[in-house]
Design a protein around this ligand. Structure first.
Ligand code: FDA
Length: 394
């Protein structure tokens, strides 16, 4: 005989950053909340994030650091629950942190502290966190959502989709959020892997032989550029600059790398005047890792002393070095992507409450939604902020 359904004020699907934050805050507002997750541990992505130290927010959080079909959507939630709010929470729990670079804040010790903090906040709100339960059926009738999970079922007038996106399936990530959203008639913006290494083929194959070489670049796609390290790998391009630009890249497009972002305009013709007996290879070896310098010189086909080269050729070489074009043939896919771009369309949701406009009581938060941050703590800040926003409304 199936047991009678348990009743709650809200059921949150997914015990990741967004789901735990939402559940804790709603619980502390007096709501009776159940969180369900199929994983045997809460916050698995938090645990593996930031090399085990969780880059939990970024002090430069601003809406223009997020990609979405509606660039205004994230403003409301990000404005009402800020990185300072999350830092306050972290400090109340006595978690030591430091800024690494570019406003990125990390735990001094372990990402486990962030998961423990969120679970403690859930406990303070009387939240029931139920792990290791597969969700088999979700229905909506008479103003209540019913969720069958394992041999149990629960009902509530509010349901929060917080099951994230499909990046890193080996730790339990799925596209369940999209299936559920579709079940309730919500549209999905095509999900794609983002913050992901790019793969090279064809003309660019040569660069794969430089696997292990890392250098500071500006990676550009159209008007967007990121100055950080790029890493050449046996499959193509990686490193923070590449992960950042991958979120903007689509199949068939090119990206450009400025290999010498600190060199002023005209530096090669100036070098010809100042050091005419130097070769391009010698010059580049002074500025870049040797193997990269040699490959670039080879591709530019400019052997011999600078003094013997026409200015026109040097100007052309300078232009190419400042915008070396790559035509990636793909990405390393969801298996390696830090996040999923796209997801539940923001057109379907209220930016204030994250509630579906046409399905009362249904909310979506975190990575499941078509809001994707830059690398560097922005995605967790969206998880916290969107979770907090939904919690104020349920
Ligand atoms: P999240 O994916 O965290 O949680 C979803 C939950 O739903 C999971 O617990 C999952 O088990 C559960 N679930 C999924 N399908 C289900 C189903 N069918 N039934 C039941 N439960 C289901 N961001 C950042 O800001 N700083 C950083 O340092 C990093 N580092 C980083 C490293 C790596 C390796 C990855 C993969 C990602 C990051 N990120 C990051 C991104 C960040 O982890 C991500 O944006 C957030 O975890 C998203 O939080 P959500 O709660 O929305 O989803």
């Amino acid at each position: 005989m199936p047991t009678a359904p348990e009743t709650y004020d809200a059921i949150v699907l997914g015990a990741g950053g967004a789901g735990l934050m939402c559940a804790a805050m709603a619980g502390q507002r007096g709501r009776r909340v159940l969180v369900i997750d199929h994983a045997d541990q809460a916050g698995k992505k938090i645990l593996i994030s930031g090399g085990g130290r969780c880059n939990f927010t970024n002090i430069h959080t601003a809406p223009d650091r997020y990609l979405s079909a509606n660039p205004h959507f994230a403003k409301s939630a990000l404005g009402r629950y800020t990185s300072q709010d999350f830092i306050g929470l972290v400090e109340r729990h006595g978690i030591a942190w430091h800024e690494k670079t570019l406003g990125q804040l990390f735990c001094d010790h372990s990402a486990r502290q962030i998961v423990a903090m969120l679970l403690a906040e859930c406990e303070a709100g009387g939240v029931t966190v139920r792990l290791d339960h597969a969700i088999t059926v979700v229905t909506h009738a008479d103003g209540r959502y019913r969720v069958v999970h394992g041999d149990r079922s629960a009902t509530a007038p509010a349901l929060v989709i917080a099951t994230g996106g499909p990046s890193i399936p080996k730790i339990g990530a799925t596209g369940f959020a999209y299936d559920l959203a579709r079940q309730f008639g919500l549209k999905i913006v095509e999900p794609r892997p983002a913050l992901v290494p790019l793969t090279l083929g064809g003309e660019d194959l040569l660069f794969r032989s430089l696997s292990g070489v890392s250098t500071d670049v500006i990676a550009r796609h159209g008007k967007t550029g990121f100055r950080e390290a790029a890493l050449l790998t046996h499959r193509g391009l990686s490193g923070p600059a590449i992960l950042q630009i991958s979120s903007y890249w689509r199949h068939g497009e090119t990206i450009a790398l400025d290999f010498l972002p600190d060199q002023p305009s005209g530096w090669l013709t100036d070098a010809k005047r100042d050091r005419p007996r130097t070769t391009l290879m010698q010059l580049l070896r002074g500025l870049l890792p040797d193997r990269l310098a040699d490959t670039l010189t080879d591709r530019l086909s400019l052997p011999g002393d600078l003094g013997n080269m026409p200015d026109r050729k040097l100007q052309e070489a300078e232009r190419r070095l400042a915008a070396w074009s790559f035509a990636p043939n793909g990405t390393e896919g969801f298996a390696k992507a830090e996040v999923t771009i796209g997801g539940i369309s923001t057109n379907e949701l209220s930016s204030r409450t994250m509630e579906a406009r046409h399905v009362p009581g249904l909310h979506a938060i975190g990575e499941a939604v078509d809001v994707t941050g830059w690398l560097g703590g922005y995605n967790f800040q969206w998880a916290w902020a969107s979770g907090w926003a939904a919690a104020q409304a349920i």
